[in-house]
Ligand binder design. Structure first.
Ligand code: ADP
Length: 497
């Protein structure tokens, strides 16, 4: 029987999903299950790793049965995962030693501050392309080893395993036989040297992490092992990748002038930069991109903390909208934002500003300011913040952006996409399949197993649903950006005590 489908597992922050793709790259099935979020203390966020596996394996089996398939119909599995979330488990029992510490968790801010005070930020940045921030896995792993009773001694004896969620899913899929990760996930740990593609002995020693806990690292497209769970037996696991890098691949962004932006709760922007990991001079991250070979490829990355979430705020806290989808029509009911700007720095500003103390501001209000102006200014703020990251990417690499490929919930908003195109003066392309994370690992798994022959097939399969071209002049775009810059200035002035 021909194996005509790829199964993509998309293990996200709030839900576990499983999707099926056929040979033409069409999405033909999807199942999803949410799981619990735990907030044991202010700034702490945890997931139950067993529940992550239970929901992920359940949707994987369900999507097959709902589409009248079994394991023999599937050519390969690809796994995409929420990045940086950290799990520590016993190698013999397979049981986690603690709940998983989620990427959003800030408990290790003190560890990061101590490392910074010791003058170590430049070293970490140079070797890993990252900043010393609790976001990344390394300090979370250190916290677990230091705080879970007995963990460090067991680690020294080689009894426990560390992994990001990709490794945890793989371990469980293979019934504890395989402990591996891929290089995109490794590159988010603060422990992995992105220049030579190795765990870095010096950084491990600074964070006091024994090598015995670490998974083996491979390219994202690689034969990682064979599934051994009921309903999935014998399917090769042929790809693993962090969700944002998977999305970059799923958007078929391979050329240096291309970038992708995922407009979800926040915005995640990535742009391929080729085979040289040039460090950012404009406060962005350098990270590994997906490959199917041992040749390393790099991407530059910047995140906006509040993207679509500003629309949730207008809906849930201000009651200006019943549904996020009403925002486009309301914004278009006025010719412009009436001179107002919203800077939604609700929990500080992300790249390229990195100002944790910043708080939201609303500038330029008059008696004429209406709800429509507020909604329009909020949508424009999503685009302005994304443009700040894209300009930093241009400044770092000297190659101007040629086109922006988009996905995520808020990319459905035509007004926002048109405004983004106007502002950046480049085409904005929205694909037919916006499940680009799952599509990315499906592509990688398909290339690895020969299901698809080469990446050019994928470039042809990637199809545009809608293309937005700039409709204002470069001068008009500059004038818009001047207003935003003044608003940012006001925001920063407010946060300076
Ligand atoms: P996540 O994966 O981060 O949970 P999604 O990709 O599902 O996010 O996108 C949800 C976000 O997009 C929400 O913050 C929501 O307010 C916003 N959103 C959804 N639809 C629209 C729309 N039509 N216009 C603007 N924002 C939207």
């Amino acid at each position: 029987m021909p194996r005509d489908y790829i199964l993509a597992l998309d293990q996200g922050t709030t839900s576990s999903r499983a999707l099926l793709f056929d040979r033409e790259g069409h999405q033909i099935g999807i199942e999803q299950r949410e799981f619990s979020q735990h907030f044991p203390e202010d700034g702490w966020v945890e997931h139950d790793a067993n529940q992550i596996w239970a929901t992920q394996s359940a949707v994987a089996v369900e999507v097959l049965s709902r589409n009248q398939m079994d394991a023999e119909d599937i050519a390969a599995i690809g796994i995409a995962n929420q990045r940086e979330t950290t799990v520590l488990w016993h190698r013999t029992t397979g049981q986690p030693l603690h709940r998983a510490i989620v990427w959003q968790d800030r408990r290790t801010a003190g560890i990061c501050q101590n490392l910074r005070s010791a003058g170590l930020e430049a070293k970490f940045q140079e070797k890993t392309g990252l900043r010393l921030d609790p976001y990344f896995s390394g300090t979370k792993l250190k916290w677990l080893l230091d705080n879970v009773p007995g963990a460090r001694a067991q680690a020294e004896r080689g009894e426990i395993a560390f992994g990001t969620i990709d490794s945890w899913i793989l371990w469980n899929l293979t019934r504890g036989r395989i402990h591996k990760t891929d290089s995109t996930n490794a590159s988010r740990t603060l422990l992995y040297n992105i220049h030579d593609g190795q765990w870095d002995a010096e950084l491990l020693s600074i964070l006091n992490i024994p090598e015995t806990v670490l998974p083996e690292v491979h390219p994202s497209g690689h034969f990682f092992g064979e599934a051994a769970r009921a309903g999935l037996e014998g399917i090769p696991v042929a790809a693993m990748a962090g969700d944002q890098q998977a999305a970059l691949f799923g958007q078929a962004c391979f050329a240096p002038g291309q970038a992708k932006n995922t407009y979800g709760t926040g915005c995640f922007l990535l742009r391929p930069i080729g085979s040289k990991p040039s460090p950012s001079r404009h406060n962005l991250l350098t990270t590994l991109a997906c490959t199917t070979s041992d040749h390393l490829a790099y991407a530059t990355e910047g995140s906006v903390f509040i993207g679509g979430a500003v629309i949730q705020w207008l809906r849930d806290s201000l009651g200006l909208l019943k549904d996020a989808s009403q925002s486009a029509a309301l914004a278009q009911s006025v010719p412009d934002s009436g001179g107002i700007h919203i800077v939604p720095a609700f929990s500080g500003l992300g790249a390229p500003h990195w100002d944790p103390e910043a708080r939201g501001t609303l500038c330029g209000i008059t008696r004429g300011t209406s709800a429509a102006h507020l909604v329009r200014a909020a949508l424009e703020a999503i685009a302005f913040q994304s443009a700040d990251v894209l300009r930093a990417m241009d400044a770092d690499h000297g190659i101007p952006l040629a086109e922006l490929r988009v996905d995520g919930g808020a990319s459905r908003n035509d007004f926002l996409m048109q405004f983004q195109s106007n502002l950046m003066q480049v085409p904005v392309l929205r694909p037919e399949i916006t499940e680009t994370t799952a599509l990315g690992v499906a592509y990688l798994a398909g290339l690895t197993t020969g299901f698809w022959k080469d990446p050019s097939t994928l470039v042809q399969q990637w199809r545009v649903e809608k293309r937005f071209e700039p409709m204002i002049s470069a001068d008009q775009a500059d004038t818009l950006s001047d207003g935003w810059r003044r608003a940012l200035h006001a925001t920063k002035a407010w946060s300076e005590k």
